[in-house]
Every structure is written in C-alpha cells, then in structure tokens.
Design a protein around this ligand. Structure first.
Ligand code: ZN
Ligand code: ZN
Length: 257
C-alpha cells in the first residue's frame, strides 16, 4: 500500500506541475487574473481539505480492512482478480458521476459545490478548489459505497492515481487541437467538455459531470457538446467577483444566507 500512496502523491504533484507549465505556454483563454494569486487562493482551499482527507484515508483503510473480511463484495464473486479491479474502478467512477450530479441537483449540496464553480477562470488549480464541507460529505457518503462493493484501500488509491491526471487535464487552460479533444472525449471528459461544465449558464453547467470516464454523461443523458466555446463565460454571476475570491470569503460563503 505504501508504494501506491507514494505513486498517488507523485501523480498529483506531477499532474499539477505539468499542466501548470503547459497552460502557461499554450493558454486557451487569455488569463484575466494573476495566475499566481489565483493559484495561492485555490491551493489554500486544497490545504484546508487535507485536514479532512488524511484522517479520512486512515479511517477508511481501517474500516475497509475489517468489513472486507465478512463482506468481500465483488472480491467474493469468484471472477479473475483483474476483472474485479476493473469492475470496482468502473463502479467508483459511476459513483463519482452520481455524487457530482447530486451536488448540482440538491440545493443543500450546491451551496458547497458552488464554491468550485465560482472560480472566475478555469485552470489546473481549479481542480483542487473545493469547500471542506463538500469534501467531508463526499468522504462520508462514499464509505458505504466502498463497503458495499468490497473495495479495498488499494483500489481507492489506484482509482485516485488514474483519475487525478484526467481531472487536472480537463480543468487545465491548455489549448489543444480540436481533433485531439474529439478523439479523447470518446473516453474521458476533456477540457472542452469541462469548460462547458464551468459555464455561467445553468443549463450548460448542469451537464458533463464525468470525472474519469465520459461514458456516464452519455448513458445518463447529461452530455453536452458545443463546438465554439471561445466566448463562453466561466464562473457564477455575483459569486465570481474578484473581491469574493479570498480564502476566508470562500470558506464562509456557504454559511451565509
Ligand atoms: Zn460541478
Ligand atoms: Zn470542475
């Protein structure tokens, strides 16, 4: 497990670094705010979330170790180990789709998820901009799912290793050729799809919820494609004003009426 933890950490750091450099060299949107100030604010939010994620990971490892013994879930199905892993990773990604969609459709959850959408620009650092309450609810709700399917902590780390570069990529402000985006979006949510998800227009941001696979949006009819997105407005109307982008303002916003 230690080696997977190290790979997971390295994947996170290298994805963030790689796309940060690339979007600086080949940006899709011309940056309208200072990139460094913007990154400090988003990584400040991410630092708060680590206070939840570290203890949660330890607790999850200990709970799953115990529950897997009497309820192996998919691991007790008798199918080959590689098939079990693929089945678990696919279900985990489907759960992430459902959870993301719930964050848009349930007003209470939107209160916290809107902090992610209130970013006035979208770049690789947006991938780590979440309110700590959203992270807390996400961790609490995913545990029964993990128990039910019999996922082990190594499956969760493997999913994180695969999903993190995809999430960093689709948030990045990298300009990539349309043809490449077109091929990639058959499998993963691409920057074009996720920029639509960050549109200021509700009927556009209530689409393209996928994390690692774009398949779920096609199955559950939330897939939206627009070919011309150069003029799309990113963010939420008032919440995205520059004076509301400090870490304290972002942390307090969901608790205000
Ligand atoms: Zn969203
Ligand atoms: Zn996003």
């Amino acid at each position: 497990m230690k080696i997977l933890q190290i790979i997971s950490l390295l994947t996170t750091l290298s994805s963030a670094g790689f796309f940060w450099v690339l979007e600086g060299l080949h940006p899709f949107f011309k940056p309208t705010v200072d990139r460094n100030t913007h990154a400090v604010s988003n990584f400040g939010m991410a630092a708060c979330n680590l206070l939840i994620l570290f203890p949660s990971m330890l607790l999850m490892a200990s709970v799953l170790e115990r529950t897997n013994v009497f309820w192996p879930g998919i691991k007790g199905s008798g199918i080959p180990a590689w098939m079990q892993t693929i089945a678990i990773l696919t279900i985990l990604d489907c759960w992430m789709y459902c959870w993301h969609r719930m964050n848009h459709e349930v007003t209470f959850f939107w209160r916290f998820h809107s902090i992610h959408h209130s970013d006035p620009i979208i770049d690789v650092t947006t991938a780590w901009r979440f309110h700590f309450m959203e992270i807390l609810f996400s961790e609490l709700l995913k545990l029964p799912v993990f128990i039910l399917i019999g996922a082990g902590i190594e499956d969760i780390l493997l999913y994180t290793i695969l999903m993190t570069p995809v999430i960093a990529f689709h948030h990045s402000n990298v300009k990539i050729p349309d043809q490449i985006d077109k091929i990639l979006r058959n499998v993963i949510p691409t920057p074009l799809l996720h920029r639509i998800h960050h549109s200021i227009i509700r009927k556009e941001h209530d689409t393209n919820y996928g994390s690692m696979l774009s398949l779920w949006d096609r199955i559950f009819r939330s897939f939206l494609l627009k070919n011309e997105i150069g003029s799309i407005k990113i963010g939420l109307s008032e919440e995205s004003s520059i004076n509301r982008q400090t870490i304290s303002a972002l942390l307090l916003k969901p608790f205000k009426t």
